[in-house]
Design a protein around this ligand. Structure first.
Ligand code: ATP
Length: 211
């Protein structure tokens, strides 16, 4: 049984299909890349998988149906659209605030995750003083800091410098080897080709398997 299963998933807006009869299966522990031009439907597909939008068809994760705006079947870490951090809080306080929802990790574990990207140095700096890349690092850190089972990452390397991209790639490989399942939509060919076990091309709301 596949870990993620989409059966005939469609989303129509007015006369157009934003998602057009998508069926796919993803195994646990896989890193799966989604590529495709601007507006092809990658973000919408991720929003559907996360239960953020109503679709026809069926989406299952770990054999449980994903329902609109309901608790997800597994603990999911996401980067989708602009990360909504609280500017007047420090980086650490933002992560503590997010971690308080599920209460699975303590302050030391959060700081250890920040250390992966050298962000422990800036833990007491307010997010409003963070650069774009620093915010993106914080977004990546929050997506896995609780040991989330599934990561759904839309353009995770946006704004990252080369060193941070390398750290990101190593971290994703390590999480995948621990059995975490990772979905990445990206225009960064190097990241996708290096990381993905399987690559889907999204075009006009349809997906086709490239690798
Ligand atoms: N809230 C919305 N309501 C209706 N249509 C939308 C909405 N958001 C996006 N769309 C449309 O859905 C289609 C897919 O958009 P989506 O954001 O999924 O593309 P994408 O592949 O993620 O693009 P990019 O590479 O630019 O991030 C586009 O035609 C877009 O105009």
């Amino acid at each position: 049984m596949a870990y993620i299963e989409l059966k005939n998933v469609s989303k129509q807006a007015k006369n157009d299909y934003i998602l057009n009869d998508i069926s796919l299966e993803i195994e646990k522990g896989q890193i799966v890349g989604f590529v495709g031009e601007n507006g092809s439907g990658k973000t919408m597909l991720f929003r559907a998988i996360l239960g953020f939008i109503k679709t026809s068809g069926e989406i299952k994760i770990d054999d449980q149906v994903v329902r609109l705006n309901s608790e997800m079947p597994v603990n999911v870490g996401t980067i989708i659209e602009t990360p909504g951090f609280i500017n007047s809080y420090t980086g650490l306080k933002n992560l503590e605030y997010l971690a308080a929802i599920k209460n699975l990790v303590n302050k030391d574990q959060i700081i250890a995750a920040m250390k992966d990207f050298g962000m422990d140095k800036y833990k007491d700096t307010k997010v409003k003083k963070y650069s774009l890349g620093m915010r993106q690092k914080l977004a990546i850190i929050q997506s896995y800091m609780e040991g989330q089972d599934l990561l759904v990452l839309d353009e995770p390397t946006n704004g990252l410098d080369d060193e941070a991209v390398e750290i990101f790639k190593q971290k994703m490989k390590s999480l995948s080897s621990q059995g975490k399942t990772i979905l990445i939509a990206s225009h960064d060919k190097d990241v996708i080709n290096d990381l993905a076990d399987k690559i889907y091309r999204v075009k006009l709301g349809k997906v086709s398997l490239m690798k």
